[in-house]
Ligand binder design. Structure first.
Ligand code: ZN
Ligand code: ZN
Ligand code: ZN
Ligand code: ZN
Length: 362
């Protein structure tokens, strides 16, 4: 009986959060031209409510600002201080299945800081900046609602589709910026740089930047960056086909890709061998040029290899500066990430000295 009541009430609170989020988002779009300040404030509230609603599905106590004070009666009465956007983002990121990517987090935090500035100081803001942040914000939010968290928001599929159409209107406030950039884009195209349609703002302004290349193999790493809205689309590793002449294979994640000319496919093991030369050198050296990735946490094998002057994870394509990879001071594994306290706190492969003593005490 109590459980039933709790379940029904939880669902009701979830629905209210989502409906409210939709309402704020609609207001945000309708206000953008006349009042960009209120548009971004409402947009931010909408993002916050969507994040909270998903957090609440995980466990109702997680939307309390202080989960230790969480109390079912207070929750059921709606009588509590709820977690803020920053806290909600942190909590979601601690749950492996809900964790979102770094760029989404960065964008949500930019919007949050912008909102705070506008709420606390009497400032005006520019329509173009607001449109840029909202286009990117919607790209990341809709990706969560329509893909990653799809099953949780099934009931709202139609509403989310409607919001998507509405949000497309925001792109037109970036048309003038795109027009101004056209001459620059034309010059770059003549220099051989290619452009794609930006998934965030929709203009053909996403520059395919080469950030590292291994000329010996004619392979390179592309990082698309939009000149209009600065949206950074996912990286692509371009690999020359081992099966045909001039064929190219685009790899986006997990080392998987297929040749555009002959359909030959490659995998992670192929790429690891190609760049980290396991076949040609003895074991000691081999271990020194493959590190475990602390970003995608691919524990099965070390996937980070030297790539020109950076380290590159062949599984998630995250790149690291040369000094961001090293041996853990406790277990000695080669890993990526900050290893300053690794003797005490360990790395992604071990729990460090602290873990060693904790296990001993048990
Ligand atoms: Zn863009
Ligand atoms: Zn081929
Ligand atoms: Zn990785
Ligand atoms: Zn370690």
């Amino acid at each position: 009986m109590i459980n039933d009541k709790k379940r029904i009430k939880s669902q009701e609170i979830f629905n209210q959060l989502v409906l409210n989020a939709i309402d704020f988002l609609e207001h945000s779009v309708s206000e953008i031209e006349k009042n960009p300040k209120y548009s971004i404030i409402n947009f931010c509230t909408a993002v916050e409510l969507f994040l909270k609603s998903r957090l609440m599905l995980e466990h109702w106590s997680l939307i309390f600002n202080d989960p230790k004070q969480a109390n079912l009666d207070k929750f059921l009465q709606g009588n509590f201080t709820s977690v803020g956007m920053e806290g909600a983002i942190k909590r979601l990121n601690k749950i492996p299945d809900l964790k979102f990517d770094d760029n989404a987090e960065k964008n949500f935090n930019t919007i949050r800081k912008h909102r705070n500035q506008l709420v606390h100081f009497f400032n005006a803001t520019e329509l173009e900046i607001v449109a840029t942040e909202e286009c990117k914000g919607w790209f990341y939010l809709s990706q969560l609602l329509r893909e990653k968290w799809k099953d949780d928001f099934l009931e709202y599929v139609d509403d989310i589709d409607k919001l998507d159409k509405l949000m497309l209107n925001v792109r037109r406030y970036l048309q003038a910026k795109f027009n101004a950039l056209l001459p620059e884009i034309e010059i770059k195209k003549k220099q051989g740089i290619s452009f794609n349609t930006c998934p965030s703002c929709g203009f053909d302004s996403s520059e395919n930047k080469v950030i590292a290349e291994i000329s010996q193999f004619s392979d390179y790493l592309l990082s698309p960056d939009c000149l209009v809205c600065n949206f950074e689309a996912g990286k692509e590793l371009i690999v020359s086909c081992p099966n045909c002449e001039n064929g190219q294979i685009k790899v986006q994640e997990l080392g998987k890709g297929e040749c555009e000319s002959c359909e030959y496919s490659i995998n992670l093991d192929y790429l690891l061998d190609k760049y980290a030369e396991s076949k040609h050198i003895e074991k000691g050296l081999f271990e020194n040029n493959r590190a475990y990735c602390n970003s995608c946490e691919h524990f099965k094998q070390p996937t980070v290899v030297p790539y020109e002057n950076i380290w590159l994870c062949l599984s998630c394509l995250k790149s690291y500066d040369y000094n961001q990879v090293g041996n853990c001071e406790f277990c000695g594994e080669l890993v990526s990430g900050n290893l300053d306290d690794s003797f005490l706190s360990g790395c992604l492969m071990c729990e460090g000295m602290a873990g060693y003593y904790r296990d001993k005490d048990d």
